[in-house]
Design a protein around this ligand. Structure first.
Ligand SMILES: CC(C)(COP(=O)(O)OP(=O)(O)OC[C@H]1O[C@@H](n2cnc3c(N)ncnc32)[C@H](O)[C@@H]1OP(=O)(O)O)[C@@H](O)C(=O)NCCC(=O)NCCS
Length: 161
């Protein structure tokens, strides 16, 4: 998968050595409670997920965001087709890096890459109505709220080519 630079991180394919950081992320209830998993994941499931993500090929997928200065994993970001006709953006940031602008910096860079390099016309994202941090991140990156139901906010970023 293509490496992408942001001002403070390098987005790269995930590697086996990321497992410890992914376990820290995906076993943290505060982090997973707003995601599709809802509950902390077992280590073997996280290891399977890592293998599946490592095997993704092409221009879209799941990236590890590595901090340029300390080389640690800041979090993971996905931009890929899930169920919809357009790719979906998603992310998780390790707690020690929260509220320092990393999610907006990296998600914004991925949206630019998707639209301007891959010429994607539409990129989607969704989050819980109670997930204010995620809503603010998506809005700060320029995504528009297009629909909401009782539980979920649906966002889009569109470019005409
Ligand atoms: C959502 C998440 C990725 C945000 O990461 P982050 O790096 O802290 O976000 P940023 O620092 O770029 O902040 C972006 C905006 O969100 C706001 N924000 C961040 N955390 C917040 C919080 N806990 N409460 C309220 N606002 C918050 C920031 O103030 C900023 O808003 P602004 O543009 O008005 O200043 C991070 O909290 C996280 O990993 N959460 C758990 C996983 C998750 O919810 N993923 C998304 C599932 S859809």
């Amino acid at each position: 998968m293509r490496n992408i630079k942001t001002p403070r991180t390098r987005l790269r394919g995930l590697v086996t050595e990321d497992l410890t950081s992914l376990i820290e992320l995906m076993q943290d209830n505060d982090i997973v409670k707003h995601t599709g998993w809802r509950k902390p994941m077992a280590e073997d499931i996280i290891a399977e997920k890592l293998e599946a993500w490592k095997a993704l090929e092409g221009n879209l997928g799941v990236w590890g965001a590595e901090h340029l200065a300390d080389k640690e994993l800041v979090g993971w970001f996905m931009m890929r087709y899930v169920e919809d006709q357009a790719p979906e953006l998603g992310f998780m940031i390790r707690k020690k890096y929260w509220q320092q602008g990393f999610a907006s910096e990296i998600a914004g860079t991925l949206l630019d890459y998707g639209h301007h390099e891959l010429k994607l016309q539409k990129i989607l994202a969704q989050c819980d109505r109670t997930n204010i941090a995620s809503q603010k991140t998506l809005e700060r990156c320029g995504m528009s709220l297009v629909r909401e139901d009782d539980e979920t906010c649906f966002y889009e970023s569109c470019q005409n080519y």
